[in-house]
Design a protein. Structure first.
Length: 605
């Protein structure tokens, strides 16, 4: 338990903890002014709330800040985990706590609303002040306009603010059935609104079948002009449905949620799927408040999105399971197959694109140097003809001494700056001897097969420290083995080990030289990346040697110590090469006495 030097109210908090039950529920942390600063849920309230006040030194800086500001705790006991989930979402929405990660305000996104009136209207709106049923949000304006156009062509409904008692111009041009003047019964009008509601929910099938039955009935009654008019509406509806269908229509009603994150923000995409069609796709940015993991963020975001989009889905497709989402609330599918797998991949592409947009926008608005950084990355994009801004660049380098104890390093630059949290070290496991090509192939396969398996974010550009050979090895691994389309560039060096050429693949998959002057800012950034990965790999190799890693089967031979083994490996490259040397070669390397011991041992075993 923490002491009063951390939180001066700890004594009253300790007394409060004694009254908290070990049941599911929701807890609220309050500051000295009585304001709710954090809301959370728990399967066991006592255990979860108590954890904030123990092992303080192990907490992140942001959680430490929260703990120092807690003045009181309020808990609500509920019957089930689902109740806790729903109540937490409601309280977060109500209090907007400072330390909770939340979806950005969605007021800037448009909705369609079927109003709660005697004769409902369909309205375009950006707020929830109107009473009615909302559909959306629709961040994609094109989809919203298409929906509105189709509904306007299919159905007649009123748009007037006040109903009069005689038909208006809208009735005369065929856009309204004029229920105000009794030319359309209330039952017929409400049936029209119900059909609009079904389309907005993605339920096309039943509407199309009903319209076809009506069309055939009209044709049988020899009312061919009306039947033809209805046929055109059916064609319009079927055409829209076919264009919006991305998978088999057997995928009836599911949500798809994916997430990517960095140190400061998380980016979430949700797609609503009905009968194989995307009703809408919605992406949002979330600022992390307490260094939450992706799983913790989704545990909060999924119920919020479910409520915000009025989802009826009982299945959610995810890149991984979320422990704090009860199966009673929604069934998780974290290992989708077939069409569901395609939907998850599509959602991941959406969230990846949205993350790049947000980062690009932030770089333009944050800090004095931000515009320069964007311009520099845009130059790299043009020079290498990349499909998107290279916000994340990864670069690899190998390090060994004549093939002995090979290692590799990888650095990541984000927004043109080192992202050291994402640096990675690799011990080469499958390559014997000094084979840079095979070593490059191994680490690239290990790195990106793992990212692919975890559905993690891929870099916008991969740079290999080397020329055409290393580039081709990287291309084979990525394209042919892993099926990944990551742009590849190479940085070749001259005889003096200075960066001399930037290489890329052209549209024919041939390697081309990018003409850059040594004074160009792009050249300086790429040189910085190359120097950084070289430094990182060399440092890793030195650390490995300094920790006594030159302990091999050679040191097991009586009379052969670590230094002698090191000298042998430095001279010949591997144990296998040492075994085929003559006595004279060994003598030249380590002297006659030790050479005789080693030679006799090798040839007697």
């Amino acid at each position: 338990m923490i002491d009063s030097s951390i939180n001066k109210n700890i004594e009253r908090i300790a007394m409060r903890l004694k009254t908290i039950p070990e049941t599911p529920g929701v807890y609220q942390h309050l500051d000295a002014s009585g304001k709710v600063i954090y809301v959370g849920k728990a399967k066991n309230l006592l255990r979860r709330v108590s954890s904030y006040f123990s092992h303080y030194d192990d907490k992140s800086a942001k959680i430490k800040m929260l703990v120092r500001n807690i003045y009181d705790i309020r808990v609500t006991v509920v019957a089930t985990e689902v109740d806790a989930l729903l109540l937490e979402n409601s309280l977060i929405k109500r209090y907007q706590p400072r330390y909770n990660s939340m979806l950005k305000d969605d007021k800037s996104y448009p909705y369609l609303c079927i109003t709660d009136e005697e004769y409902p209207r369909l309205l375009y709106t950006r707020n929830h002040k109107i009473k009615g049923q909302y559909f959306g949000p629709y961040p994609n304006g094109r989809i919203l306009r298409e929906l509105q156009d189709i509904i306007r062509h299919l159905f007649q409904y009123r748009t007037c603010n006040m109903m009069g008692n005689r038909p208006c111009m809208k009735h005369q041009i065929g856009l309204c059935g004029a229920p105000c003047a009794g030319k359309q019964s209330k039952e017929e009008y409400l049936a029209t609104i119900e059909n609009i509601r079904r389309i907005l929910k993605g339920d096309f099938g039943e509407i199309v079948e009903n319209m076809k039955e009506r069309m055939f009935a009209l044709a049988n009654d020899l009312r061919f002009e009306e039947a033809e008019h209805l046929k055109q509406k059916i064609h319009l509806l079927e055409e829209y449905q076919s264009r919006s269908t991305v998978v088999d229509t057997n995928v009836k009603d599911v949500d798809v949620v994916s997430i990517l994150s960095d140190e400061r923000f998380a980016y979430v995409n949700m797609m609503r799927i009905k009968n194989g069609s995307i009703i809408y796709s919605f992406s949002n940015e979330i600022k992390k408040q307490l260094d939450e993991s992706d799983e913790e963020i989704l545990a909060t975001v999924i119920p919020a999105l479910h409520e915000q989009t009025q989802s009826t889905a009982r299945e959610v497709i995810l890149p991984f399971r979320v422990a704090d989402i009860p199966e009673d609330y929604i069934v998780q599918n974290a290992d989708p197959k077939g069409d569901r797998r395609k939907l998850l991949e599509l959602s991941l592409r959406n969230v990846d694109s949205y993350q790049k947009q947000c980062r690009h926008q932030r770089m333009l608005t944050e800090g004095d140097a931000a515009p320069q950084a964007v311009k520099l990355l845009e130059k790299i994009q043009r020079a290498l003809q990349l499909p998107s801004l290279p916000m994340d660049i990864e670069c690899f380098d190998n390090s060994n001494i004549q093939g002995a104890y090979p290692v590799a390093g990888m650095v990541r630059f984000t927004g043109g700056k080192p992202n050291r949290k994402e640096y990675r070290k690799f011990n080469i496991k499958t390559v014997e001897g000094p084979d840079d090509y095979a070593s490059m192939a191994e680490v690239i396969e290990r790195r990106y097969s793992r990212l692919k398996k975890e559905n993690a974010k891929l870099p916008d550009l991969l740079i290999v420290d080397g020329g055409e050979g290393q580039m081709e090895m990287a291309r084979r691994v990525l394209r042919e083995q892993l099926g990944l389309d990551i742009p590849i560039a190479g940085l070749a060096k001259d005889d003096r080990h200075h960066t001399s050429q930037l290489l890329r693949y052209d549209e024919r998959e041939h390697i081309a030289v990018v003409q850059l002057k040594p004074t160009d800012a792009v050249f300086h950034l790429l040189e910085q990346i190359q120097n950084e990965v070289h430094r990182f790999a060399i440092t890793f190799h030195k650390d490995k040697r300094s920790k006594g890693t030159f302990r091999t089967s050679l040191t097991e031979i009586p009379g052969i110590g670590p230094k002698t083994a090191h000298d042998l490996l430095l001279r010949f490259g591997s144990v296998k090469q040492i075994q085929i040397q003559t006595l004279a070669d060994l003598t030249d390397a380590i002297g006659p006495a030790k050479a005789k011991i080693l030679y006799d041992y090798i040839h007697s075993n």
